[in-house]
Design a protein around this ligand. Structure first.
Ligand SMILES: C[S@@+](CC[C@H](N)C(=O)[O-])C[C@H]1O[C@@H](n2cnc3c(N)ncnc32)[C@H](O)[C@@H]1O
Length: 337
């Protein structure tokens, strides 16, 4: 090693990139909050024209627009700026693929990331941040952010997991019910029960209505560790949930899910997970820190751990399957013999 480093000095590029990585995030967030992408959806514009429309400083906006261009969010022809294709698809409100609510969640947790050293020193946070009901605006960002993400990730899950032979689905921590709704849209014979905390369940009705499945979904507001779960389920989904649970509580939730399954029923666990060894992929490790900052038992589990817990719960477990890139999720399906 010493010999190797004598020939090739260590490269500081990675450290420099990391030290300023949040500049790019904040450029994106600021442009979204100022309404840049929405305004440019009406057509290309110069910085002075856009500054008048958005009521910003002209020189300052030009700096922001040039940075957005360099980051690939905008394209510039002469002195006119336009949305790049990805910005037009994902950053313009009212588009079905709009990701703004998910971005707003990222903006909401930005302050907490500034506390990472303190939280690591103290071993974690004592309570979940206000997005689970205490703060209505943040809760709405969280719920609609989940919904927006789930519309993309859920479509991939519906492709990966066939529930065509199931009549009942129990979705634990189902959020606004987006995943359940996507499965119901796919399988006409399926009905679902969605369990989530009361402030989240209260926002689910509108989303399920809009997805045309409200009549086939029963919302069960409550704590999934405590609420009485319906028995005899053909499938139970635990999606995006285990990352906020300690290993012991995750295993407890898996045991409750297994108790709710009919013989031959399927448990589907979908989440961001690390590979065995826990030190990659990089996004999954950072996601673990995000959860450390936002939930008392938050973190990230490995595919090996989750597979072990499902096996110990008496299930026949299939190998983990990654979602298609760029989605960082993995699904593990297991059957009750
Ligand atoms: C990251 S979201 C995942 C939502 C959805 N399943 C998905 O994959 O998009 C985690 C969900 O678990 C819910 N949740 C957290 N703790 C809970 C608890 N103790 N009981 C019920 N739901 C809970 C949250 O309100 C949130 O909707």
């Amino acid at each position: 090693m010493a010999e190797h480093s004598a020939h090739r000095p260590p490269d500081p590029t990675g450290i420099m990139t990391l030290a300023t990585a949040y500049w790019g995030s904040q450029t994106l967030f600021a442009a979204r909050r100022l309404g840049v992408f929405e305004a440019l959806d009406q057509g290309p514009a110069t910085a002075p024209a856009l500054a008048r429309r958005l009521a910003t400083g002209e020189r300052a906006l030009a700096l922001l627009l040039n940075a957005c261009t360099a980051l690939g969010l905008l394209v510039k022809a002469g002195d006119r700026y336009a949305n790049a294709p990805a910005a037009a698809a994902f950053l313009v409100p009212d588009r079905p693929t709009y990701m703004g609510d998910a971005l707003a969640y990222g903006e909401d947790v930005y302050g907490q990331w500034g506390e990472l050293d303190r939280v690591v020193r103290e071993g974690g946070v004592e309570r979940a941040e206000g997005y689970l009901g205490d703060d209505p605006e943040r809760t709405r960002h969280f719920v609609y952010g989940m919904h927006g993400r789930a519309l993309g990730v859920g479509r991939a899950l519906v492709e990966l997991v066939d529930l065509g032979d199931c009549a009942t689905l129990l979705d634990l921590g189902g959020g606004p019910g987006t995943y359940a709704a996507l499965f119901l849209q796919r399988h006409a014979g399926l009905t679902a029960t969605v369990v989530d905390l009361p402030p989240i369940a209260a926002l689910a009705g509108d989303i399920l209505d809009a997805m045309g499945v409200a009549g086939r979904v029963r919302l069960l507001p409550g704590d999934y560790h405590e609420v009485a779960l319906p028995a005899g389920q053909d499938a139970v989904l635990i999606s995006g949930v285990l990352h906020r649970e300690s290993p012991a509580r995750a295993q407890d939730l898996i045991a409750r899910a297994v108790a709710a399954l009919a013989p031959g029923g399927r448990l589907v666990v979908s989440d961001v997970m690390t590979a065995p060894g826990d030190d990659g992929p990089a996004f999954a490790t950072l996601f673990g820190l995000n959860m450390l900052l936002t939930a008392p038992d938050g973190g990230v589990h490995s595919t090996a751990d989750v597979t072990g817990w499902l096996t110990a719960a008496g299930l026949r477990v299939e190998p983990p399957r990654p979602f298609p890139p760029p989605m960082p999720h993995t699904v593990i399906t297991a059957t009750l013999p």
